[in-house]
Design a protein around this ligand. Structure first.
Ligand SMILES: Cc1cc2nc3c(=O)[nH]c(=O)nc-3n(C[C@H](O)[C@H](O)[C@H](O)COP(=O)(O)OP(=O)(O)OC[C@H]3O[C@@H](n4cnc5c(N)ncnc54)[C@H](O)[C@@H]3O)c2cc1C
Length: 449
């Protein structure tokens, strides 16, 4: 058997170390591996996959490790392949609104380069300084502004990937439309490292909005808050984002809210208007009107500094929640918009049933809610109950005609749930696609099942 160091430069092969064996926030799941490789070229990526295929060794792709479904954790050993050295901007054409990047470029670097040139890469998953474009594509990541702009896949026109047994393929490119073949690009998007290794992508950009104006409503309860969201949607305005935070979430994160949470507020709705200055102002006025029904208060920060502060605070809510008991299972179900009320109410009921603190917040406009159950890592029984609550939550999502995952993917933590959601016939097609790409089942085994 040839050694990995025979097909890769010696400095590209590392002993397995802690940070490559677990997710940053990964529920304590610890993987194991025989080697970690950090290739610097696409040819090296191909050499690794070829070597794994020749020697029947599992291979787990790792981006920034910010995934929330345990997808990058090597649960069956073998090799972990990291993309941090594949980090070049291959081409940037600001006048044509497009960028060609290696998979290991961080989300924030893409956003920054776009912004500095008057453009925007709209996907905004919350850990952008660490997450990588390859990881965003592999998870089809979203974020608050996916409501207006769509998730990562919407902004990817081409993918270069290494697929078994070690071939470099390109689907799409710098073109904006392509219906020639089966949509392999879309299959790779969201495939969580189970079909191929993304090495580069062509990204589509848009001119940055001239002005962004959040409009925030506070309500006495979830019922009136969700009612306000329904009024916003029915009014015909198109906000860039529609988020909610329930009363429990506010009780944990509200103290740090930069503009003060009204004393009797138990539910918060964040919307945002954007576009040209006049368009954003007009939309903000309409949002203010739509949010006013039954509101305790409506508030609209205006300066760029305040707007940044608001979103920084919103991004930190997950950490304020985590800090409460040291552990939090935060899921990402998505449901039809007319079932938002059920999610807000039943999340609390599920928590009560299992004796754990429960809350919900998230991308309400997309029906994509982070129902969350807290536990102390020192209390095994509480952790087991929080886990059981997640299973009830998946039942709830499926029962409401929704999905077990609107954002984070199935990964390792939601294994076994997909067939329940889809039924055996659709699941059989899913398995056949995996078989077509990866007949030996060596790419990220145990995931997305
Ligand atoms: C604080 C916080 C906030 C977050 N907010 C959001 C949010 O708003 N929206 C959202 O969608 N997500 C969110 N996430 C989840 C996470 O940031 C995203 O899923 C992100 O896309 C993961 O990217 P990554 O590079 O860290 O991937 P990793 O965690 O390293 O990997 C995730 C999956 O992608 C695969 N993978 C990674 N790189 C490649 C590659 N090059 N080729 C093939 N497969 C690959 C891995 O095998 C794994 O299955 C959040 C996470 C945190 C910690």
């Amino acid at each position: 058997m040839t050694a990995l160091t025979d097909v890769l430069p010696r400095e590209a092969v590392l002993e397995p170390q802690g940070r490559f064996l677990a997710d940053l926030m990964g529920r304590g799941v610890q993987g194991h591996a025989d080697a970690v490789v950090l290739p610097s070229t696409v040819e090296e990526v191909a050499a690794v996959l070829r070597w794994c295929y020749e020697n029947d060794v599992p291979l787990t792709a790792r981006g920034g490790g910010t995934g929330l479904a345990g997808g990058a954790i090597p649960v069956e050993g073998g090799v972990v392949i990291g993309f941090e050295r594949l980090n070049k901007i291959r081409q940037f054409d600001p006048l044509l609104w497009r960028m060609h990047v290696d998979a290991g470029v961080t989300t924030a670097d893409v956003q920054r380069l776009a912004r500095e040139n008057g453009l925007r890469f709209p996907p905004d998953p919350g850990a952008g300084e660490i997450s990588q474009i390859g990881g965003n594509i592999a998870c089809n990541a979203g974020g608050p502004h996916a409501f207006k702009y769509g998730v990562t896949g919407h902004w990817v026109t081409g993918i270069e990937a290494v697929v078994p047994p070690g071939d470099v393929v390109s689907v799409g490119g710098s073109i904006r439309k392509d219906v020639a073949g089966y949509d392999l690009r879309s299959l790779l998007v969201g495939s969580e490292g189970t079909l191929g290794l993304v090495t580069a992508a062509w990204l589509r950009l848009v001119p940055a909005p001239e002005l962004e104006l959040p409009v925030i409503g506070f309500y006495r309860d979830a019922d009136s808050g969700v009612g306000a969201i329904e009024t916003v949607l029915a009014s015909g305005v198109v906000p860039a984002a529609v988020e909610y935070l329930d009363g429990v979430t506010l009780s944990f994160s509200g103290a740090a809210y930069p503009f003060g949470v009204p004393a009797d507020a138990r539910f918060m709705v964040i919307t945002e208007a954007d576009g040209s200055a006049s368009e954003a102002r007009r939309t903000a006025d309409e949002l203010r009107e739509a949010l006013a029904d039954n509101a305790v208060a409506v508030h609209a920060p205006e300066s760029a500094g305040e707007v940044a502060e608001l979103w920084r605070w919103r991004g930190g809510a997950a950490f304020a929640i985590l800090a409460q008991r040291g552990g939090a299972y935060s899921e990402d179900i998505a449901v039809p918009l007319d079932r938002l009320r059920d999610v807000a109410r039943e999340t609390l009921e599920i928590g009560e049933r299992h004796g754990v603190v429960a809350l919900s917040f998230g991308h309400a406009g997309d029906g994509n809610i982070h129902s969350t159950f807290l536990f102390s890592p020192e209390d095994a029984d509480e952790e087991r109950r929080a886990d059981a609550a997640c299973h009830d939550l998946f039942d709830l999502a499926i029962g409401l005609g929704g999905t077990i995952s609107g954002e984070h993917g199935v990964g390792w933590l939601k294994r076994g749930q997909l067939e329940r959601q889809w039924g055996p016939d659709a699941y059989r097609l899913h398995t056949a696609i995996k078989q077509a790409f990866d007949p030996k089942g060596l790419l990220n085994p145990g995931k997305k099942t």
